[in-house]
Write a protein that binds this ligand. Sequence first.
Ligand code: CP
Length: 307
Amino acid sequence: MKEKDLLGLLHLSAEEIDEILSLGLEMKRRLKSGDKTGSALAGKSAVTLFYENSTRTRTSFELAAKFLGAQVVNIAASSSSVQKGETLVDTGKTLDAMKNDFIIIRHPMGGAPKLLAETVKAHVVNAGDGMNEHPTQALLDMLTMRENFGRIEGLKVAILGDIRHSRVAKSNLFGLKKLGAEVSMYAPRTLIPEGLDRMGAKICSSREEAVEGADVVMGLRIQLERQKGGNFPSLGEYAKYYGANEELMKYAKPGALVMHPGPVNRGVELTCGLIDGETSRIEEQVLSGVAVRMAVLSLLAKEETAC
Ligand code: CP
């Protein structure tokens, strides 16, 4: 990796993504064998700075850093000096003054990690910024696909759900296209933002068209917290007309994988049968998350020693 920080996949090269996935696969093999002992971050410290809720991302970054030998401190914005009016930049400078090495940030404003990265010495890793990007989520999704298929090139990935509000959809689109996959998308028109077709997505006019011949069907969470309502009539109708179910999967390739970044609204984006079924890789994605975050943190640290 060439940069000090990981802010998104838009500006990462195919080679850099490939390097992360290759190391991530090695980390995942080690985790699966029960080996959680690494030393790439020995003597380093990491702070997770989360201004939005999280289970998977925050915990897996913490475990990843600890498995590599770092000291980790978690800051929830709700209990920090942000509540007293401290700015993001001043919070970052405070963490820098403590000789901290990594800031892993989740923030509701798109661009907040970039602003922080420009003002601190620590490596900044974007753990999800507003509706912009969630790079390590897309990397863990691609790691899961590569582990299952042995490649990303030539795969057809169908993404269904709340694409408008999804940083996961954008990071996956950027990453998957760079590695040669096809990406088709379907959602109510109210949940499809302008311009995704210009970024390489095939915007489909039915869920059957999106899923036709797919190797992977990815559901995305309906983000009610980012919506004012009126994008679809009700959750029940969303599930019936836009969600993925067993009938829809008949249009995909036999054995196509079912994925979802989580948290899932059960029975809305995906039926319970698909979530818990044999082709579901949702739990596998969670372990990929620890592995790919280990890869990202150790590559960023390696770059530092190389300089
Ligand atoms: N996928 C994801 O970002 O999950 P969390 O919100 O639980 O971190």
